[in-house]
Design a protein around this ligand. Structure first.
Ligand code: ATP
Ligand code: MG
Length: 592
């Protein structure tokens, strides 16, 4: 089919939109693929629609190929199922809640575990019906705290979500593996490089889960990749290898010292090393010898607030994203001056284990980094202004209420599997596969009769692909300074033919004839037949719009040649007019 730029509903912009922070957002708006309609909400223009539909088609084909069946739920959902699962509350401010004219509560679906569970419960009752895999490609709503980067993080976005239902754990594993394999094929066809990483389950609950991340500087997720073994994990999910517990008998008794003016770790370390009576033979004090106690305030979805103390080695900080993932669905707020005022037992800058823990005077829960093992000795706050305690030994002189693994993860840290250095990269989360287990089936009462006539609670998996996000991620990883550069499988058009002369002249008739022939051969052809637009603007637009093949009918036409440009490699060749159709077809089909 031929699509004429003279009538196509598109306007390219010369300037970058002011609010665009990342290349995909900037280019998709500039090239006329999307327009912002609301905060975190975008209108798909014809070219954008075509890319979205091609991405959807690939996802749909691969889901159908593994035997998943497509259904479609409303986005406007009743409250009750989400009350039963706890997510009406747990989703907190991220959920769009609304009421109908009679004052009945509804929500706009952020993801549909509850509804799928109830649907299967409605229709199935025997183990013979299972496994069953259902999916939809549907618009989701989340009142994201930070909608950003255009389609990458919207408040309204398109997701493919599927759900598997099995009688036993082996079945769940098979369902999970089939989805995981389908995802590998989906992202390969989309032209997106992905790294599969261990992930946290978040508000979803459940056990085993992995994410598909597209490595990219502008990604919001960070992940580690071991330089030696195949360990890969979202930094949220990294579990630090704890050192072996040691025997405290060899360590001298804890002593409190005056350390005036040392509210920071560095000032403390400097003072320790400057004091001869505190210096250690041969090994100067380092930040890693100190124990820093960080206060935060947890805010639960039901409105409850709880102070939390976290003890980490002084050379590390608490990583807020890791902490948020660990305490979800609670949110993390700073522990402010009014909070300190409300807890006079805490001496700011000198907080020590003596004042922490549920058994202490303050009763504040105290969780320790995995490196704070039994028998390890620390320099830490004495909970008195200007004083620290040296040789405070874990499980001899203090105990925590548990372990929390939320200190920052750094380039070069030891891999928890093999000890080799970890590398840190950024990526965009493209997909997520979860073994949910029986949580939703239990609370919503989904069970089936097994061979022996006994009721068995069904075990579930849940699998998501960010469909609209994929459009942006592809643009993010496939563009150059001139514009977009769509991989063939998702490009809105196969070829962009530019008339570089005037409508009606020889370049125009040659271009029209070529477009007609390519169209007859089955290609989607974008023809720039606009009147009153300079050749310079047409060339620029062709690069910006990013079709994989560009043909220019310009001055060469007089000598019997066309310019054929491979937008993906950037190479341009002159091709005889008669040979152009074959050449373009081969390029467009990726067999050149
Ligand atoms: P994120 O960590 O990026 O907020 P999530 O873990 O909350 O994502 P899931 O619930 O796993 O997301 O949703 C499945 C997929 O939907 C994600 O892997 C992602 O590709 C996509 N997705 C999630 N939130 C958004 C959003 N706000 N805008 C666009 N796509 C999204
Ligand atoms: Mg996720």
């Amino acid at each position: 089919m031929i699509h004429r730029l003279s009538t196509l509903f598109v306007r390219t912009l010369r300037d970058d939109p002011a609010e665009a922070e990342v290349p995909s957002h900037r280019l998709l708006v500039r090239a006329g693929y999307i327009r912002r309609a609301a905060p975190g909400g975008y209108t798909w223009l014809p070219l954008g629609m075509r890319v979205l539909q091609r991405v959807e088609a690939i996802v749909r084909e691969e889901m159908n190929a593994i035997g998943a069946q497509e259904v479609h739920f409303p986005a406007l959902l009743p409250r009750e199922p989400y009350d039963a699962s706890g997510r009406w509350t747990d989703y907190g401010p991220n959920l769009f809640r609304l009421q109908d004219r009679r004052g009945v509560d509804y929500l706009l679906g952020p993801t549909h575990e509850e509804m799928f569970t109830l649907l299967v419960k409605d229709l199935y009752s025997s183990y013979k019906d299972l496994p069953v895999w259902l999916y939809q490609i549907q618009t989701k709503y989340r009142d994201e705290a930070r909608p950003r980067a255009g389609l990458l993080r919207g408040r309204e976005f398109v997701m493919k979500d599927s759900y598997s239902f099995d009688v036993d754990d082996d079945g769940l594993q098979r369902s999970y593996d089939a989805h995981r394999a389908a995802y590998v094929r989906i992202f390969a066809r989309l032209g997106l490089e992905v790294v599969i990483v261990k992930a946290m389950s978040g508000a979803m609950g459940g056990s085993m889960s992995e994410e598909f991340l597209s490595p990219c500087e502008s990604g919001e997720d960070t992940f580690v990749r071991c330089s030696a073994c195949d360990y890969r994990a979202n930094t949220e999910a990294v579990r630090v290898g704890a050192p072996a517990a040691s025997d405290p008998a060899a360590i001298a008794a804890a002593v409190v010292h005056d350390t005036p003016g040392t509210p920071t770790i560095q000032s403390l370390v400097d003072l320790l090393n400057a004091r001869t009576e505190l210096s250690r033979a041969g090994t100067p004090w380092a930040a890693a010898d100190t124990l820093k106690n960080v206060m935060v305030m947890l805010q639960y979805p039901d409105g409850r607030r709880e102070p939390l103390a976290i003890g980490v080695p002084g050379d590390r900080d608490v990583d807020m994203k890791r902490l948020e993932a660990a305490v979800s669905p609670a949110e993390v707020a700073p522990f402010g001056d009014t909070d300190f005022a409300a807890h006079p037992g805490l001496v700011k800058g000198y907080i020590g284990p003596s004042a922490l823990g549920t058994a202490s005077s303050t009763g504040i829960r105290y969780l320790l980094d995995p490196r704070v093992v039994p028998g390890s000795a620390w320099v830490t706050g004495a909970n008195v202004q200007g004083r620290h305690v040296v040789n405070l030994v874990c499980n001899r002189d203090f105990t925590g209420d548990g372990v929390i693994d939320v200190a920052d993860v750094r380039e070069g840290d030891a891999c928890p599997m093999c000890g080799s250095p970890l590398r840190i990269e950024r990526g965009i989360e493209m997909g997520h596969v979860f073994q949910l287990g029986r949580k939703y089936a239990e609370v919503l009462g989904l069970s089936v009769l097994d061979e022996k006539g006994k009721q068995r609670v069904v075990t579930m998996g849940s699998y998501g692909v960010g469909v609209s996000r994929a459009v942006a991620a592809i643009a993010e990883t496939s563009h150059d300074a001139l514009g977009l550069r769509w991989p063939r499988n998702v490009a809105p058009m196969d070829v962009h033919v530019v008339i570089a002369g005037k409508p009606g002249d020889e370049t125009a008739t040659t271009a029209e004839a070529l477009a007609a022939e390519l169209s007859r051969a089955g290609l989607q052809v974008l023809l720039d037949d606009r009147a009153g637009v300079s050749p310079g603007v047409r060339f620029k637009d062709a690069e910006l719009l990013g079709m994989p093949v560009i043909v220019i009918a310009g001055r060469g036409v007089a000598n019997g040649v066309l310019e054929v440009r491979d937008r993906l490699t950037g190479t341009t060749t002159e091709v005889a007019i008669a040979e152009a159709p074959q050449r373009v077809l081969a390029l467009a089909r990726g067999v050149a």
